[in-house]
Design a protein around this ligand. Structure first.
Ligand code: MN3
Length: 258
């Protein structure tokens, strides 16, 4: 009899246990807070340096938080101190291993990037495109260009709004990773174009070759943390931080070289 009782007791305990477990799931569970080491820390742009080599990082002309809310602080920090730094270090390694590239400017290297050396094309493009991108933006900027550049944009696109629509379309419709550009073409006309990956209008075999005046990074790493899939919103907000003074200077330089 005792044996039977103990079997019944065991069985009922076994049956009860899962329900006890279920009950526990609804209880408040204490989750340990992340330790100090795990917290995200944001460094300073000036603390980032490339490894010894022919090319150094373009200095970021503002702090990581200064383009907010168009570009959030974490995206800016990761983009500059990780992605851009990697392109720069990789480019330096490639240049150090190829005597034909020694002492060339980045523009001259880009002119040699016909696709025969994919590594060089990706990293030389990544280095140039990002440095150019940082300088094309500034805090408390945006609006519309002034003086000569404003006149030329109106002449070549019909209006500033038309230019904005074309540039936005190019950035939005670039499939996958790439860049949107405003360039001065060989005939002296302004044109909007886009390039895949780290290609740019100074490289051979481009759809619209020309001298870059403005670019926008549409790789997901440039906006995904803050905007997720909303690339269009990122593009709209980019227009609030375009450094038109810098773009005008680039235009004057490009015209002077013609
Ligand atoms: Mn990028």
């Amino acid at each position: 009899m005792n044996k039977i009782l103990s079997i019944v007791l065991c069985l009922s305990l076994t049956l009860l246990l899962p329900s006890c477990k279920r009950k526990k799931l609804t209880e408040v569970v204490e989750v340990p807070l992340p330790s100090a080491e795990e917290k995200i820390t944001i460094g300073q742009p000036d603390d980032v340096t490339a490894a010894e080599g022919q090319f150094s990082l373009a200095k970021l002309p503002y702090q990581y938080n200064e383009l907010q809310p168009s570009i959030d602080i974490l995206t800016m920090e990761v983009h500059y101190s990780k992605h851009y730094l990697t392109y720069t270090n990789n480019l330096n390694k490639l240049v150090a291993a190829d005597a034909t590239l020694t002492d060339l400017t980045i523009e001259d290297i880009l002119k040699k990037c016909d696709g025969s050396n994919a590594d060089l094309k990706n990293n030389a493009g990544g280095y140039y495109n990002h440095g150019f991108f940082w300088e094309g933006m500034a805090p408390k900027s945006g609006g519309q260009p002034k003086d000569t550049l404003a006149t030329v944009i109106t002449k070549d696109f019909g209006s500033f709004e038309n230019f904005k629509t074309q540039f936005t379309d190019a950035a939005e419709k670039q499939f996958g990773s790439g860049w949107a550009w405003l360039v001065l073409d060989k005939t002296g006309k302004l044109q909007v174009t886009s390039t895949p990956n780290q290609d740019n209008p100074l490289m051979p075999k481009q759809t619209i070759p020309g001298t870059p005046l403005l670019n926008l990074d549409v790789w997901e790493h440039a906006y995904y943390l803050d905007y997720q899939y909303k690339r269009k919103r990122y593009i709209d907000n980019f227009f609030k931080v375009i450094n038109w003074k810098k773009v005008s200077e680039r235009y004057e330089e490009a015209i002077a070289k013609k």
